[in-house]
Design a protein around this ligand. Sequence first.
Ligand code: SF4
Length: 427
Amino acid sequence: MQHSLIQPQKPDPIRAMGIIALNGMFDEHDAEGVIRKAAELFGDKLAVVSSFGADSVALLHLVSLVNPDLPVFFLDTGMHFPETRAHVEVLKARLGLSDVRTLVPDSRDLVRFDPDGTLWEGDPDSCCHIRKTEPLNAALEGFSAWITGRKRFQTAERGVLPHFELTSDDRIKVNPLAYWAEADVAAHKSDHDLPEHPLFSEGFTSIGCAPCTSAIGEGEDARAGRWRGFNKAECGIHFDVSGEIAPPQIREAPMLFKKGRFVTDPFKPLGENANLKGVRYVHVPLSKVKDNLDAIRQNPHPLGLLIEASDRVEDVAEDLDRFSSVAVSFPAFGDGRGYSTARLLRERYGYRGEIRAVGDVLTDQIGFMARCGFDAFAVANDATKKALEKGELAEISVYMQPVGLTEVPVGTRPFLRKPAEPVARRP
Ligand code: SF4
């Protein structure tokens, strides 16, 4: 087993600039337009990677409208449900896909690392690595870009996906459905009378290998049934949401509390001498953003903004939309400036991306933070982590001082209980 067949190269800055333009060219839901553009740009250097899972038919249908002869890679790990293999044949015939290529793991790796087929139980990252990442790495030789079916709604980790990503090996990853909601996928399948995966009706909303897939319950993320019970959310080919094909050992324990559970944080610490034109998935301090605006505006990757307690969000108001996440620092329990920052972001500037609390984040504060617009919490405090894991989050049902656009003060008469008028919002 090798951990990287493709040596990362420095991304070409001209291509990096192109990504910025590409991501601005399409309506959020124009998935077919994204695929057409990718086909036009990359020609026979473009491939599709599909799991032939629950939602795959929507993407593959759009691909077939653009070019049914595009190569489609199916990673046959040897652990799929028989229903998935049958679904491959159904979709090939129904959509006229002429070039579905089945990728299988290297038999020497299986003999050496997973002779009895139980590696997934103890080390699912390595299992995915030999059964998915390595075969895909080899197959992508000779290709410049690949299309995926990932969508923002699927998990908190995927919540910042763009249409086009420049990967660390200088390929382009194309995510035509990035902005589609679950309802868009369902509507597309219904409008075009597309065949469902046989397990979809049994609650399998995301389908991978049989040992690592289960049906989901009400209110769970669409991918909650994948690797249930494991600290794992991506299979390896999307291990790093920046698009980097990375070995499994690099992940850190999750500590980001979002949508009611701890998730793997796609953001990493910013290196001291990082090149701000090329970094990705880091929170850049506001002072650095101000001093390096050109580099930040040229950077094609998802970026975050870090606002310290003494910073003024007004100083970067014009560039807020450039950031997919804003981290607001709480240096001490008694320092409430971060609450005001979050309210400014949501109410004055209409910021809709992730706002995360970082620093001294404790259980008692989280309810108040959520009222001010925070939707993610980087929790370092052990007691707070344990309380959140047990679901012990204090509810705040009575508001003496309402915040935001929806809360009303306690004691008002029913006919007066209407939200406050919005303060000046950004257009
Ligand atoms: S999904 Fe499970 S069985 Fe499939 S390759 Fe990954 S760990 Fe192995």
